[in-house]
Design a protein around this ligand. Structure first.
Ligand code: ADP
Ligand code: MG
Length: 415
């Protein structure tokens, strides 16, 4: 529920989102946003099953840029909880409030609300005791809620997120405008030790842009719990990608340790199919080999570069930091390793125009979204580019990348 409501807020262009949870979400989940709101005449429609405002033409299906598009979430939530929506669009005389009546019928009344939408979900599974029984302890359920907010907050540095549980603040993150704020958010969400050991990655190859942070092998985990990979702003757990990253760490991590990373892949939406898995956590790349290689090489390079300056570790911390930054940029100039850029320098590049085909690229990093979705299908493919083709997979052993090409995303893995 939290995920669906948050995604709707993001899709509405919200820049500030407040999530309030009570009793692990069972008593209350309330998500307020300052997005575009729902016009009074469409509020009832928003509840109807299979109704969405996010697909306008058939072509939109080939280049999905919103997080939702199935039109099922609100209808499903309304069937298992007490749901209400208050909403207003910019310039409207008044907002509207929608609740479900005793027999599940929608009741709409005028209501005061600033531009944006507040969705309230109370008494989850009140009418389905069998499902309520499967809710875990309050702390566990809240942990899931928090993880969902964390993922979205890592995906969208351009929006502010506030999370409260039982009226207590958990975190409050302002929309990020620069690298310091992004790093601050990273430290809040992933912990300061992760940030301290993080190497910035930024590489662009064959129309694929990969950036973000990977932890040095000295900061590894006993679980795969600090692994975030976003494709065009959408969190993904993809076997192909996981395999590529594991391969990159192969020589530097014990096999029972897990790397930590927060990575963002931006790719022409025409070259990736987000429609493979119902919860959209898996994707299928048109050219999986290319993506596998790009990811693996970028991380290998990031991990390899600082080892060249390992002697610097003996210096006092601040001196070592300054020196290693210089060292790395000298390396960067001389050897042009494609992936490793000192954090500060990477920051400047993140903010620079990238001339990249992906329309929504800037959005991740705190630049405003393009105003409208129109033109998505045309802005997707760079002019003169070949139409996307499915790579014919080469044969390979089960553990080779080629094997993953044959079966890019075989099964849902996320709980
Ligand atoms: P989907 O997101 O797949 O379209 P949902 O059931 O989640 O389906 O939402 C149905 C519709 O309700 C959306 O298409 C959108 O028009 C509207 N809606 C839902 N939440 C919001 C929100 N926070 N702000 C603006 N519109 C919203
Ligand atoms: Mg939705």
């Amino acid at each position: 529920v939290v995920k669906e409501l948050l995604e709707n807020a993001i899709d509405a262009g919200a820049t500030s989102i407040v999530v309030e949870v009570e009793r692990g979400g069972q008593r209350l989940i309330r998500v307020s946003d300052d997005g575009e709101g729902i016009p009074a005449g469409e509020v009832a429609l928003a509840f109807a099953r299979h109704s969405t405002s996010k697909l306008r033409t058939v072509d939109d299906l080939n280049a999905i840029t919103t997080l939702g598009f199935r039109g099922e979430a609100l209808a499903s939530i309304a069937s298992v909880a007490r749901l209400s929506i208050s909403t207003a669009t910019a310039g409207a005389d008044h907002g509207s409030r929608l609740e479900t009546g005793a027999r599940g019928e929608p009741l709409i009344t005028p209501a005061a609300h600033p531009r944006g939408t507040t969705v309230e979900v109370r008494d989850l599974f009140f009418n389905t005791p069998a499902r309520r029984k499967f809710l875990r302890a309050e702390r566990t359920e809240f942990g899931h809620c928090e993880e969902v907010v964390r993922r979205l907050a890592l995906a969208r540095f351009d929006a502010g997120f506030t999370l409260r549980h039982n009226h207590k603040p958990v975190f409050s993150l302002r929309a990020c405008t620069g690298v310091a704020e992004r790093e601050q958010r990273l430290a809040t969400l992933c912990g300061a030790p992760f940030l301290e050991s993080a190497l910035a990655v930024e590489v662009e190859a064959s129309g694929v842009m990969l950036r973000g942070w990977v932890a040095q092998p000295s900061f590894s985990r006993s679980q795969s719990d600090l692994q975030y990979f976003f494709v065009n702003g959408r969190i993904v757990r993809d076997r192909l990608v996981a395999h590529a990253i594991r391969q990159a760490y192969r020589d530097v991590l014990y096999h029972d340790r897990h790397p930590a990373y927060v990575l963002y892949l931006d790719i022409d939406p025409m070259l990736v199919d987000v429609n493979v898995h119902p919860t959209k956590i898996e994707v299928r790349f048109r050219d999986s080999r290319e993506v596998h290689q790009a990811v693996r090489h970028a991380i290998e390079n990031a991990l390899a570069a600082p080892r060249a300056g390992a002697v610097l570790a003996a210096l006092p911390a601040t001196a070592a930091h300054a020196a290693s930054a210089t060292e790395i940029s000298v390396n960067f100039e001389q050897n042009r390793p494609p992936a490793l850029i000192p954090r500060a320098q990477a920051a400047m590049q993140f903010d620079a125009p990238l001339g990249h085909p992906v329309a929504d690229l800037g959005a991740l990093w705190g630049q405003p979204r393009p105003p409208e979705r129109e033109g998505v299908s045309t802005s997707g493919t760079p002019e003169g580019a070949e139409p996307p083709t499915w790579q014919s997979p080469a044969s390979g052993t089960p553990d080779s990348p080629q094997a993953w090409l044959l079966y890019p995303s075989p099964s849902p893995r996320d709980p």
